[in-house]
Design a protein around this ligand. Structure first.
Ligand code: CP3
Length: 357
């Protein structure tokens, strides 16, 4: 039986004048706790799978009408407080001419290992290289309720380096990590190039209508604080510094980033996305009062019986505390075998019980 989205919950997400999501990003009080779900558009939704049966993933990302349609799919089902553009962190690299396949994880045909390859990487010119992303943003904005904001995103430079250097994701990303030690100058060069390209890419997304910008550091957990501070952090700072003038909130998500939070506290972003292993209260204490947090329910918790799921959601709300500046989310992307009804129940519960702060 399909769980229906409660009407209170829909009203909660769509009625307030100002977006609760955007208010929480700037640590303003909200009437209800905003929630969206990482990878909310994707394979756990039957309507996404139906479309994917006809169209491959890369084509979906390059066809603005289809990318916009997939972006909106979860918003029709659930009373989410934000949309996230349907695309992939590798899409802009593909647009720059890096040959890769989605199998479904990205596989780069010729991994980057030499300075010559790094020097041969072109600049990213969004209007020329990824016009379909820009167009998809315009279509989504036109189709969204007035106060439901759209999040644009990119991969953070180090996470993109992991895919480019390794070619194929592996558990340890050994080739990427050893590259940092064996060829630190080449690594810095690649990170700088990616930082500038993603700054261009995200600025173009904001100009097209994205109302918040998120950087995914999905492989942060590969690095010890020292290497994170030497390589990943200066690169993401370069992107962030270039984007401050875009005038939209910036979100930096780190997967497995607990040990890195003291270093992240010094980064000029509005929101830090937190994985499920960390305690949100502890992270807020480390980050200080100038940052909002987003997270961090374990994606596996959506497999708990309804009563238990509510308890786990309450534990996240409690850990986040009563200081303004919390956006409810999962600690990482939703799993493809998740029951959509569990998502509906979670969204409604957070709206009804996550009192505004
Ligand atoms: O969140 C959303 O709903 C927007 C869409 C989105 C996708 N990828 C669609 C996608 C977003 C924000 C991403 C980001 C992304 N892509 C990240 C960062 C977030 C994270 O999960 O850490 C990373 C590391 C990637 C790289 C990537 N792309 C992987 C590892 C995979 C395969 C694993 C998976 O989830 O299937 C992809 C392919 C991909 N990207 C799919 C989707 C819906 C599945 C493709 C398919 O339909 O076959």
């Amino acid at each position: 039986m399909a769980a229906r989205v409660s009407e209170t919950s829909v009203r909660t997400a769509q009625s307030a004048e100002k977006s609760a999501f955007l208010a929480a990003c700037s640590r303003q009080p909200v009437s209800h706790r905003p929630i969206w779900i990482m990878r909310q558009a994707g394979r756990y939704l039957p309507e996404y799978r139906a479309l994917r049966a006809k169209v491959d993933f890369a084509t979906l990302t390059r066809t603005p009408e289809l990318a916009a349609e997939v972006t909106l799919q979860p918003l029709r089902r659930f009373a989410l407080d934000a949309a996230i553009l349907f695309s992939d962190i590798m899409t802009p690299l593909q647009g720059m001419g890096v040959e890769l396949e989605f199998e479904p994880a990205p596989v780069v045909r010729e991994p980057i290992r030499s300075v010559a390859q790094i020097e041969a990487l072109p600049e990213l010119v969004p209007g020329r290289d990824v016009p379909y992303v820009i167009e998809a943003i315009r279509i989504v904005r036109a189709g969204l309720a007035r106060n439901l904001p759209l999040i644009g995103f990119a991969g953070a430079p180090f996470t993109l380096l992991c895919y480019l250097v390794c070619g194929r994701p592996t558990k340890e990303f050994a080739a990427a990590r050893s590259f940092l030690y064996a060829q630190p100058e080449a690594a810095q060069r690649l990170l700088t190039h990616l930082a500038d390209a993603m700054a261009q890419y995200l600025a173009a997304q904001a100009a097209a209508g994205a109302q918040a910008l998120m950087l995914f550091e999905s492989w942060a957990g590969l690095l010890a604080p020292r290497e994170f501070t030497r390589f990943a952090l200066p690169a993401v700072r370069r992107t962030v510094d270039a984007l401050r003038s875009a005038g939209v909130p910036l979100i930096y998500y780190l997967n497995d980033g607990n040990a890195l939070m003291p270093a992240v506290a010094a980064l000029d972003v509005d929101v830090v996305g937190v994985d499920w292993r960390s305690d949100l209260g502890e992270v807020r204490r480390i980050l200080g009062p100038q940052k909002a947090v987003q997270g961090n329910l374990d994606p596996a918790a959506l497999f708990a019986p309804p009563q238990e799921l509510r308890r786990h959601a309450d534990a996240v709300l409690q850990a986040a505390g009563h200081t303004p500046g919390h956006i409810f989310n999962l600690g990482h992307g939703i799993w493809p075998d998740t029951d959509p009804d569990a998502v509906a129940r979670l969204v409604d519960h957070v709206h009804e019980h996550g009192v505004g702060v």
